[in-house]
Design a protein around this ligand. Structure first.
Ligand SMILES: [Mg+2]
Ligand SMILES: [Zn+2]
Length: 242
């Protein structure tokens, strides 16, 4: 096995400090607040398609306007990402946002080159003239995941992460919420870590399920704490490999 580390990131409220699906409406059309929708339908497709279409109907937006909306997205993990890249770690994003938003945010912060297309595993999306942003599900009817860990129908992050197992000495998974981020924790092994955001739903679930999964759990509240936790793990694994 290669002595390498993979750092797999959830995107919303993990890599960035907001939910990109909500943030875009906050910036462009506050009255279309998507929050109640999402909470009412945790296992259904996001309502973003409907809302993005509605926003387009009211005022057709361009890619440039979306770029402007995301220009000041709270994003405090950038230095950590650059450092991980310098250390030779592989980085991937496994996210229930969408590829279009993620690429825009990485681009406005000048770090899109850290994440070539195959490293962003999320819902494909494109801006269609006359209609607005159209988001497709990562897992759809032709591509069902059959996961038994109660993943949402549109994405099983555990199944995605399984593709990388056996290729790394250590895998670090950064996440904040259930149901999506719980499944990857169940596929990780003793040499792996999950970095769970303190007091968010994933942290609470991990506390409750203690003993049913193999990886180590570290928690973080601030991005400073996240960074020092991950740096410690990387230094420990580099040391162990020598
Ligand atoms: Mg998240
Ligand atoms: Zn799953």
């Amino acid at each position: 096995m290669v002595q390498k580390t993979l750092v797999a990131w959830d995107f919303d409220l993990s890599m960035i400090d907001v939910n990109s699906d909500e943030y875009v409406f906050q910036m462009m059309a506050k009255h279309l607040n998507p929050v109640p929708f999402q909470r009412a339908n945790p296992h259904m497709t996001w309502p973003q398609n409907t809302l993005m279409a509605k926003m387009y109907e009211e005022k057709p937006y361009t890619r440039e306007e979306l770029v402007e909306a995301f220009r000041h997205t709270p994003f405090e993990s950038i230095d950590l990402l650059k450092w991980l890249n310098q250390q030779g770690c592989d980085l991937i994003i496994i996210s229930n946002a969408n590829v279009y938003f993620i690429q825009i945010i990485l681009e406005v912060y000048g770090i899109l080159d850290l994440f070539p297309e195959e490293k962003i595993i999320s819902h494909p999306a494109s801006l269609i003239e006359g209609k607005g942003l159209k988001i497709d599900d990562y897992h759809n009817l032709e591509n069902l995941h059959n996961c038994v860990v109660q993943c949402p129908q549109y994405m099983c992050k555990g199944l995605v992460l399984k593709r990388y197992l056996g290729q790394y000495q250590t895998i670090i998974y950064v996440g904040d919420s259930i149901p999506g981020d719980w499944c990857p924790c169940t596929v990780l092994s003793e040499s792996d870590y999950v970095l769970a955001r303190k007091e968010h739903s994933l942290h609470k679930k991990l506390d409750k399920m203690n003993g049913t999964f193999k990886c180590s759990v570290l928690t973080w509240e601030s991005y400073q704490e996240l960074s020092s936790n991950i740096r410690n793990v990387i230094q420990k694994t580099l040391h162990a490999a020598q």
